[in-house]
Structures are given as structure tokens and as C-alpha cells.
Design a protein around this ligand. Structure first.
Ligand SMILES: [Mn+2]
Length: 312
């Protein structure tokens, strides 16, 4: 496998990338959180369950030197089944392109739902750089490898065929569940939830997550990096696996999560909180060597913490 990895971001981003973000969409007096880097994946633009509105709010109140798009940003599989492209999905892409042209260094590692972009790795689309893999150097000098994670499907016993089958089955199951309730109710049968039925078999799901994490971590360890950032399984996590950082940025279908490197040298797992209209810190790891075990931040809005720089 040819790996497209660059450790010197300046090689991909010429000096014009130093311009300041215009900050479009900011209401006067609104708070902006500044980060060194942000990681987003599994946004699934083109899929009707994508929470694009929340992501737009996040992008309007957040600035970062680097934004990494870690795959499944545009869901070409969903678009192939049915064209669905509301204005909010278009605005997410527009906002990212606007950020890229006004100074934010954006790098896109395609996943499986946007695999048709993979052959263009090493190219630049508008101001967005594409790569199959990439190593981000934290401001403290740690190497964080970025992969979407679909390359480990065969090791988790989910082949390409089964991944596609699973995608269709998921839609089919949701459809059948609706139909089933329509039929069972009038016949006097008790409510039977397909979702609960699946959750009863959660042991299998947990085992798949464990094997996926292990495959990603083993791969990163062979690359000699300090940590790995991935997505793909829609299961946000920030943990230390025998001193190697395993960070999964989650998704924007169910979890609305992202990862962030703060200017103070912390790697944080953030979750969008609809009620307060901003993110909360789920957990964090100090990137200074050696990495401290992750600590939980139970109910802390990001904009109320001292780890964020805030400007009016
Ligand atoms: Mn994926």
C-alpha cells in the first residue's frame, strides 16, 4: 500500500494560507473558541440523518489552525440510493471551503462512503488537501496518525460486501420496524422493539468495537507514532492503549462529536450539546509526555473552561 503521509504541513500549504479567517456568520459579541486542530469524521452529508445544523453552529463558533476531515464526509452511497441534498448540507461544504480559502489548513482523508475521492489523494481540491493517511504533529511534538478506519474491516470480519449489506440492512430494519408496529398493534400483540432486540445482542457489538480498536492500535504501533485518530464505527472514544492514544472522533449522525487539540496542549473529545448550543468536553488527555490517563469532564460546557481562549 502506498501511503501518502507528510509530516510537514507547510509542504502542503503555501504561505498564502496564513490569511485570517473572515469569521463569517458570527453575530457581534458571540464567543469563538480557538483550537490548534479539530478532527471531524462520519458527517454523512447527503444522508437524511446527518445533523448538519448542529455542525453549522459549531463551525460558526469555532476557529482552528488545522481542520482534519477523517472520512465519510460526503455519503456517496446514500446519494446513489436517493438524491438528498438540503441547503444545510450544502452550507457545511461551503463553510469548509470558505475556511480553507481564508487560512484554515484543511486536510481530507477519504473513508468508505466517500471512497471515490481516494484516487485523488495527494491532490488539492480547491484549498482542501487530500491524503490517504496523514500524521499530525501536535504543538508539543507528538505524532498522531490519522486513518478513517475502513481498511481494518476485513480484520474485524466485516468485508466490503458485508459493510454494504449492513448499510442496506440498517435502512431495511428501520423500515420493517415501522411496518411491524403498524401490523402488531391492531392484532393485539405487545409492543416489540427491534432496537431493544438488537441491544440485547450488544455483546457482539462490543466485541466488534474491541476488535476494531485493537486493529487500529496495532497498526499505529507498527508506524511508531504516539497515537491514532480514526472514525468509521460511530463510536466516540478517547483512551490510552498501553501508552498509545486511541482517539475516535465519533460521527454526526448519532453522537455529534469531534476531537480537538487545544492551544494549551490537551487532546479533547467534545460532544455537541443542543440545549446549550455549544460543545461539552467528554474527556481529555494531556499531550505532554508521558500522556496522562484520560480524565472525564462530566458537565462542563467548553466555553466555560479555562482551557479555551475566548474572544468577543
Ligand atoms: Mn466509514
Amino acid at each position: 500500500m502506498t501511503l501518502a503521509r507528510t509530516q510537514d504541513p507547510t509542504a502542503l500549504f503555501p504561505p498564502k494560507a496564513q490569511r485570517q479567517d473572515a469569521g463569517a456568520g458570527h453575530a457581534p459579541g458571540s464567543k469563538t473558541s480557538h483550537y490548534h486542530a479539530l478532527w471531524l469524521s462520519d458527517i454523512h452529508l447527503g444522508c437524511k440523518d446527518c445533523k448538519a445544523e448542529f455542525l453549522l453552529q459549531l463551525l460558526a463558533q469555532t476557529q482552528a489552525k488545522h481542520i482534519y476531515l477523517v472520512g465519510d464526509i460526503i455519503d456517496f452511497w446514500a446519494l446513489k440510493r436517493r438524491i438528498y441534498w438540503p441547503e444545510s448540507h450544502n452550507q457545511v461544504l461551503q463553510r469548509l471551503l470558505q475556511l480553507a480559502s481564508s487560512g484554515t489548513r484543511i486536510l481530507y482523508v477519504p473513508g468508505n462512503h466517500d471512497e471515490l475521492l481516494k484516487p485523488y489523494a495527494d491532490l488539492k481540491l480547491w484549498d482542501i488537501a487530500l491524503a490517504r493517511e496523514y500524521i499530525h504533529l501536535t504543538s508539543g511534538g507528538k505524532q498522531l496518525l490519522m486513518v478513517h478506519g475502513d481498511q481494518f474491516d476485513s480484520q474485524v470480519c466485516v468485508g466490503r460486501f458485508y459493510a454494504r449489506l449492513g448499510d442496506h440492512l440498517y435502512d431495511l430494519l428501520l423500515f420493517l420496524n415501522r411496518k411491524l408496529h403498524q401490523v402488531r398493534g391492531p392484532l393485539g400483540y405487545p409492543y416489540w422493539s427491534l432496537a431493544s432486540y438488537i441491544k440485547l445482542r450488544v455483546g457482539k457489538a462490543q466485541e466488534a468495537i474491541r476488535r476494531y480498536r485493537q486493529a487500529v492500535v496495532d497498526y499505529a504501533r507498527r508506524q511508531g507514532v504516539d497515537g491514532v485518530i480514526c472514525g468509521h464505527i460511530h463510536q466516540p472514544e478517547l483512551s490510552l492503549q498501553q501508552e498509545l492514544i486511541y482517539a475516535n472522533d465519533g460521527d454526526w449522525i448519532e453522537n455529534c462529536t469531534l476531537l480537538a487539540e487545544t492551544n494549551q496542549g490537551e487532546l479533547q473529545l467534545l460532544r455537541w450539546d443542543e440545549a446549550i448550543g455549544t460543545t461539552r468536553i467528554v474527556s481529555a488527555i494531556t499531550l505532554a509526555a508521558p500522556c496522562a490517563a484520560p480524565h472525564d469532564h462530566k458537565s462542563m460546557p467548553t466555553q466555560a473552561t479555562s482551557t479555551q481562549e475566548e474572544v468577543a
